[in-house]
Write a protein that binds this ligand. Sequence first.
Ligand code: ATP
Ligand code: MG
Length: 200
Amino acid sequence: MVRIGIFGGTFDPIHVGHLVAAVNARHALGLDKVLMVVANEPWQKVGERAVTPARDRLAVVEAAVASCEGIEASSIEVDRGGVSYTADTVEELRRASPDTHLYLVVGADVVGGLDSWERLDAVRSTVTLVAVNRPGARSVELGPDGPLSAWRAVSIEMPALEISSTDLRCRAATGRPLDFLVPDAAIRVIRERGLYALDR
Ligand code: ATP
Ligand code: MG
C-alpha cells in the first residue's frame, strides 16, 4: 500500500524546521512521499496578520523542495481556493487514491488546537496523525489519557530546531539574514519576488 504524508502549513516562509520534520517523518514511517500542502487561506491566521499571497508562498516551497527526494510541494489547497480546511484536503486525497495510507504530520504546537478544526471527525477517520516534537511545545502524550487517544497516532523525533516563520519574517523585516534557516534556492525566489522586504 502506498503511504503518503500530508504536511500542511502556511509556510510564510518555509524553513529548515519544516524540511527536517518532513524528511524525518518520511524516513521514520517509510513514506513514499510527503506533500508540503500550502494553505490558501489559513483560517487560523486570516484577520490576525497579513499573510503573503498563496502563489508566492507556494513558489518558495517548490524551490525549497526541488532537490529533496520524496518531498513535494502540493498546490491542492491553493488550486481549490478559499479558506483551507484540512478535512477537505484529506477527503480529496482519499477520493483520488482510495488505497493509500494517509499520514497527517503536525508539529507538537498544533496538537493542542486540533479540537477546533473544521470537521475533525472526517480528518480523524481518514488519517494517521504524526506528531513531531517542537521547541516550546509540550511533548505529545500518546497514551489513553493523552490528547490523541481518539486518533490513530504516532510520534516521531527530530533534532529540536527553534525556528519559526514568525521569527524569520521579523528577521527579514529588520535586515537580518535568513541564510541556512531557509534553503538557498528558496531565498532566491524570495528575492526574485520581492517578499518579506528581504535585504531592504
Ligand atoms: P508561524 O510562526 O507563522 O506560525 P511556523 O514556523 O509555525 O510559522 P507553520 O506554517 O505555522 O510554520 O507550520 C506548519 C507546520 O510545521 C505545523 O504543523 C508546525 O507545527 C510545524 N513546524 C513549524 N516549525 C517547526 C519546527 N521548527 N519544528 C517542528 N515542527 C515545526
Ligand atoms: Mg505556526
